[in-house]
Design a protein around this ligand. Structure first.
Ligand code: TRP
Ligand code: SF4
Length: 349
């Protein structure tokens, strides 16, 4: 896909093998550096969808960032660039996927405004993430129209490209449900314009932080994808293990150990896995050795990422070029949708 994204608009077209190609879209807020949880939970599935030959749109949701972060905007533009750098580093390929910045495509805002007519306040207030975040981010003043409208903006992001599949984490399922409701309502009220996008949940088990708590930057228990080999070692070696293995001679249960989950997530080879599992149960392998094997698996997975980062940082202008090109391609599709939308709502040409 590229120039003809607009022409193919709204059509599920078939690839050569007869496999359905879907229009895929997903976004991420620019919250700073990506960590390995983002890599395995989200980006890996984006890259997989891309490499299966779907038509993909991936963007930086900088307006969404403002809904909770409007008081401190000091890092916003820089974090937006950082996130595009990390998309590229993890293997999102600008030749195959459209990579763009939400705030550059004004059609998202226009559609958001128009869809807002169809979304009841009660429905927005009942979105679980809304109440939860109001509670969690008490210190920020987010009793705002903008934050209440978060899911409606997300619906606009998705519908303005008529996306068919949206790869997201489980926490986004309600937003997708609302998106389908809005699409349905619009289609019934005016004219069939939107597809109802499917939620593509990623199957990767949730990785905990290196200390065994929820992975969160604020706990300092995350490993960023551009970590150095030295840093990686510093994070992995002190990782919590099965508490039953206090001494080297105590046997353990891999299933109770965070290191084991990491082995599975980073695809330590079958042979090694078997050895570790047995060795842990029989106390014939020590946790230090087990972690050394994990380090190797992680290095293997992260090395291509590191290589791309090195290349991008040597040619930093790539990031701007990718955004400029992606914006153009995204805009052409979004503009086409908006013509249909304005038409369906009987706005004067
Ligand atoms: N709300 C999403 C998140 O926090 C980000 C997002 C914004 C998004 N717009 C989207 C995801 C559209 C998928 C589709 O992760
Ligand atoms: Fe965990 Fe490995 Fe130690 Fe077993 S041997 S407790 S799996 S670190």
């Amino acid at each position: 896909m590229t120039e003809n994204a607009g022409v193919n608009y709204g059509i599920i077209f078939k690839s050569l093998e007869g496999v359905e190609r879907l229009r895929i879209l997903s976004g991420m807020r620019p919250t700073g550096k990506l960590h390995i949880g983002n890599l395995l939970g989200a980006l890996d599935s984006w890259v997989k969808l891309q490499d299966e030959g779907n038509e993909d749109f991936f963007f930086v949701a900088d307006w969404h960032m403002l809904t909770t972060g409007y008081e401190d905007i000091s890092n916003l533009s820089n974090d937006t660039k950082i996130l595009v750098r990390e998309f590229l580093a993890t293997g999102v390929d600008p030749m195959k996927s459209v990579i763009f910045v939400q705030s550059h495509i004004k059609e998202h805002a226009e559609l958001y405004l128009l869809l807002s007519m169809l979304v009841s306040l009660g429905r927005l207030e009942r979105v679980p993430t809304y109440k939860e975040q109001l509670r969690e981010l008490k210190e920020r003043n987010i009793s705002t129209l903008g934050f209440l409208g978060y899911p409606a903006l997300q619906a606009a992001d998705i519908l303005v490209y008529n996306a068919e599949g949206v790869p997201v984490g489980e926490d986004q399922a309600f937003h997708l449900e609302l998106t389908r409701e809005i699409a349905r309502k619009f289609n019934i009220l005016y004219k069939r314009t939107f597809k109802e996008p499917k939620t593509l949940l990623s199957k990767v088990p949730k990785l905990l932080g290196t200390d065994g708590r929820k992975m969160s930057k604020s706990y300092g228990n995350t490993i960023s994808i551009d970590t150095s080999e030295k840093e990686l070692k510093k994070m992995v070696m002190p990782m919590m293990t099965d508490p039953a293995r206090k001494r080297r001679t105590d046997s353990g249960t891999p299933e109770k150990c965070n290191v084991w989950t990491y082995h599975l997530a980073f695809e330590t080879g079958k042979e090694n896995l078997k050895e570790i599992h047995e060795g842990c149960m029989k106390a014939s392998i020590g946790c230090v050795d087990c972690k050394k094997i994990l380090l190797e698996s992680m290095k293997k997975r992260l090395e291509p990422v590191w290589e791309r980062i090195e290349y991008i940082d040597k040619h930093p202008e790539i990031v701007n070029d990718v955004i400029r090109d992606g914006d153009k391609r995204a805009e052409s599709v979004a503009c086409e949708t908006m013509e249909k939308v304005r038409d369906a709502m009987n706005l004067l040409h």
